[in-house]
Design a protein around this ligand. Structure first.
Ligand code: GLU
Length: 431
């Protein structure tokens, strides 16, 4: 494991953990699940990597008039089920392997939740915290020009991910509309409402995670009101999730941002922190007694929710966690080695590809609304989201019982099943 130093927009340095190789993590669980399903090796050959991967270089004129060339990627994991779907992240630690793994995880999410998509993901190596809005707009537009051939409303539909938001989606949509010379709101999801975005999309990932946490408390018969919860990361996902849990009466005892964490066993005032956080979710600078992100993970709680980046729970800290349940809100926060240690310690891990699928579910609703030209109320969106999260949750729990495997392997089994069936029906494989 490596760490990298990043600077926030107020120039404070912080250390972030660099995810080792998430693609290998994906492939290792994929192998286990394929073995359990008794599928031939051709299934592994088909699914181990994306069917399409594009690397682009994007020249951007910076504010000081220099030109900087950024590396960008788009991975399309499998399009047997339908067009591919997945977000775009802007982060200094983006790697081709990470983007490939994230695209495969998107395939799993779409399979588990029954969306008519395969998975995709995009990424640009950049640090948006040090860039001006004008530079970000130029980069967003340049990326769309570079990948325009392989994306589109019925090909591959992007969305927000780490450090991208509805404004960036708006610029990307505008660039795409200019290239295609017609209005195509269903090209991208996570847009502002005024440009065809869906009500409830902004909070969808957190709402989905909230429903999953409720379902887990139902399954284990522990009231949420009796739970102490730590949420690592206070961006779009972590902050809203902390708020919903707080509103229901759970005690959110710890939160963190890129600079550090705050822990208070009496519970934190989440509405106040949401009011005070900046656009990158930085809030710990309001406190004097901060701890590191790694220290926060090892603090006493019932539910630990890593909602920041991948590779946070590893073999070096899995032994020290003091929680009973991990709900994976980020993509890939627990490494395979760590998952084994947690299983031995009987700490239940609710997998990312189930828990954080609320984002892509409401993205799908947004795409449907754009295609229909008819828009739903927030209540309709929420109710449909809750239904999908609930059905998917019990499907994963049942599958885990049926095969006597972890929730993560069960989730992969369901995800793989959909891809195998679509690929078989298309005549790509014979199984
Ligand atoms: N980036 C989100 C994810 O990882 C959302 C993807 C989407 O809405 O297409 O699930």
């Amino acid at each position: 494991m490596k760490t990298s130093t990043v600077k926030t927009n107020n120039n404070i340095e912080s250390k972030e953990i660099v995810h080792d190789n998430p693609l290998l993590e994906f492939q290792s669980i994929l192998k286990d699940a394929i073995q359990i399903l008794n599928h031939p090796t051709v299934v592994y050959e088909l699914l181990k990597e994306p069917i399409r991967f594009l690397e682009v270089r994007i020249p951007v004129r910076m504010d000081d008039n220099s030109t900087k060339v950024f590396y960008g990627y788009r991975a399309q994991h499998n399009d047997a089920t339908g067009p591919t779907k997945g977000g775009i992240r802007f982060h200094p630690n983006v790697t081709p392997e990470e983007v490939k793994a994230l695209s495969a995880w998107m395939s799993m999410k779409c399979g588990i939740t029954g969306l008519p998509y395969g998975g995709a993901k995009g990424g640009i190596i950049c640090d948006p915290r040090t860039m001006s809005l004008r530079e970000l707009e130029a980069l967003s537009r340049g990326y769309v020009r570079a990948i325009s051939q392989i994306v589109g409303p019925t090909k591959d539909i992007p969305a927000p991910d780490v450090y991208t938001n509805s404004q960036i989606m708006a610029w990307m949509l505008d660039e795409y509309d200019h290239i295609r010379e017609f209005d195509s709101p269903s090209f991208i999801t996570g847009k502002p409402i005024a440009l065809g975005g869906s009500k409830g999309r902004e909070t969808a990932t957190s709402k989905g995670l909230f429903y999953i946490t409720q379902l887990i408390s139902e399954l284990l018969q522990i009231s949420l009101k009796d739970m102490k919860i730590i949420v690592q990361g206070f961006g779009n996902v972590g902050s809203y999730l902390a708020l919903y849990l707080h509103q229901l009466g759970a005690k959110v005892v710890g939160i963190s941002d890129v600079l550090g964490g705050v822990y208070d066993e009496n519970g934190l005032d989440i509405p106040y922190l949401i009011e005070k956080r900046d656009s990158f979710g930085v809030v710990s600078n309001l406190f004097n007694n901060t701890i590191s992100n790694m220290e926060l993970l090892e603090k006493e709680c019932d539910v630990l929710i890593p909602a920041a980046l991948g590779g946070q729970i590893t073999e070096s800290n899995a032994d020290n966690l003091k929680c009973k349940i991990v709900v994976e809100a980020a993509n890939g926060p627990t490494t395979g080695e760590a998952a084994k240690i947690l299983a031995e310690r009987e700490i239940l891990v609710v997998p990312d590809i189930l828990a954080n699928s609320g984002g892509v579910i409401v993205s799908y609703f947004e795409w449907c609304q754009n295609n229909q030209g008819y828009y739903w109320t927030e209540e309709e969106v929420d109710q449909k989201l809750k239904e999908k999260m609930t059905t998917s949750f019990w499907k994963v729990v049942e599958t885990s019982k049926k095969y006597n495997v972890s929730l993560k392997v069960a989730a992969y089994i369901i995800g793989i099943d959909t891809l195998v069936e679509s690929s078989r029906l298309r005549g790509w494989i014979t199984v």
